[in-house]
Design a protein around this ligand. Sequence first.
Ligand code: 6LW
Length: 516
Amino acid sequence: MKKSNNCSKMKRNKLLCTTLVALFLTAFSASAEDVGLPNPIIPGFHPDPSVCRVGNDYYLVNSSFQYFPGVPLYHSTDLIHWEQIANILTRPSQLPLKGADSWLGIYAPTLRYHDGTFYLITTNVGGGGNFIVSADNPYGPWSEPRWLKQGGIDPSLYWEDGHCYMVSNPDDGIWLCQINPDSGEQLTKSVLLWTGMGGRYPEGPHLYKKDGYYYLLISEGGTELAHSLTIARSHNIEGPYEPNPDNPILTNCCQRGQTLQVQGTGHGDLVQAVDGSWWMTFLAYRNFGGAYHHLGRETFIAPVEWPEGDWPVVNGGAPADTAHVAPSQRLFTQPFTHPAWVHLQNPIPANYEFLDDGTLRLHAGRPLIENNQPTFIGCRQEAAVIVAEVDVTLTESVSRDEAGISVYQIYDGYQNFCVSRFGKGYSVKLDARLKSMQDTQMRMLRSHHARLRVTSDGSTYTYQFSEDEGKTWQTVGSHACTLVSTEVAGGFTGVVIGLYASGNPSSFADFKIILP
Ligand code: 6LW
């Protein structure tokens, strides 16, 4: 009921919204090249964004679940164009990921800058709970974790008068306590601030102070279709908090949002730009082929009107949309030293050799289905239309060893395309796994070497190989992207496309990335 009321309000606000968007386009016309709101600003698996400004620079982080290194760090000078400059958690001592899968590991982080120091607070679900790390330089090194007592997920930080406050969401409510951020020690009793508007999973809290009010921004409804952002305020940091009568301040779960490709808007963080304007970064996903998304939850941005003493209005009161068609992506173009490359769980270093001629030598690990430190190194799929191409040579092998490309959503929801040892011969094998179902297609190879190519148009992945260095190609098969969507395969992540090798521990394979 509340949501449809809110949507009628959204209709009344249409004029305001149009004006805002026009203003936005004027402001960013030089960089956005007339494509409208350039959303998502960070496409592909980049959920739970948290943003902060330091002078003229903006920094943004995302959750990273079972991937290592963890918590990608992005930098921008205009809030629109972002470049990944690092990962924050780069050492196993900061990020133990034993047994983590696409539901576990690093949940929503918060990034803040205080008194010359960067602080990152987050949760390792299944790996120790809430902790804080800090650094003088965002590029690192970041400190060892300081573990925190207050539980729940999505911790956030707020400073005032030399006191550091932490909020998080134990027991389906938003709780506050004071901590020493440099030791992690909890200094005061946890107090309940707010339980939200009644939506499920009140989470993702952030505190801000403006015009004498403490504003508590949260998400409700769960990270799926009913996701929404709500806000409450108080003159006292410990409450009582009065909810905004116009909640939710952003949701696509309403009549105006119901037909949009963009869904699941929520988990926001507010930032004030250099010019004094306010913006909100948040997550949303784009559906492909019906109500399915396989690229994960992505990072979006919307303008915020926040008049003095009044409530913030996000995106003119309208649901979030995208006028931006992400360009196609060629995978694996970055050098292996680039922070875009990630592993599943903590990698076994001896299984990765980066040879001087650019060859990647992967020593076989356990099969992906076992989810136990597999040999895997990949990059997030950031566009619906992609191509990935690699030469694979199964150099030392025994029967059933395999090495190739994995279109990976979760340990039991992936599409593996590989060169495989088959008795005394070799084959190229396409192995699509969905829970207990497996579909395997094979073609015999003349040798232990093939060029593998994966393409997607956004609705299917197509798997091809070449035995003459790309002059001619044979198609082994195609599979729907839906099969690796979050709705079908599960998990909190999005597709990561990786190079992998599995089988006998003394076997290895050489990979050469093919660039255009
Ligand atoms: C995250 C929570 C959420 O910690 O989903 O969408 C959880 N928001 O705030 C996992 O990303």
